[in-house]
Design a protein around this ligand. Sequence first.
Ligand SMILES: [Zn+2]
Length: 196
Amino acid sequence: MLKTFGRWIASVIKDSISKSVSALVIAALGALATAHWWSAITNAVASCEKWVRAEVVIDRWQLILLQLCAATLCGVVLFFLWLALSSKTKLTNKDYWEDRFHGLIWQWHLDSNYNISRLVPLCEECLSEVRSEHLYVAPARMSFTCLHCGHKSDSIRGDADYQIAEGVKVQIRRKLRSGEWFEAVKAMNKKSPTTR
Ligand SMILES: [Zn+2]
């Protein structure tokens, strides 16, 4: 028993000594390698600096030409920056895809031929879908109730969803023609930051 324990202790010591020696050798090799690379890097940096700081003689016209090139390049970069920024902030009537009518938010898709499709009424409080209901009055009127928060729209003249949607389309097209869409887009961006 003692013998096996002694042998085990001896093997552990031997093992740890061999491990430490190999670690030392690796560390020494690493230090040598990094020292070598470090001096190579500093040498490269020093020679680069020397090359960059060295004086060169050029004609004055060459200097003027270089300055003109730099100025043109700066101008081109600034122009493209301005173009990118202004196209982002410039509103077009394609940005008009949402407005408020009859106490509801209406969203739609406007195609390249100015056809309005996918017109949908939404709750102005929570942007949830709404359900229409008849008010059983004469002349016929309807209202819309939010399926999420129960908010009610104004009562709207008409006796079918499609009639009310057609009326809203008329308003959208009118605003597109008159230029009122611009104010509507700005107002909607301020009130509800919905994105598409
Ligand atoms: Zn709601």
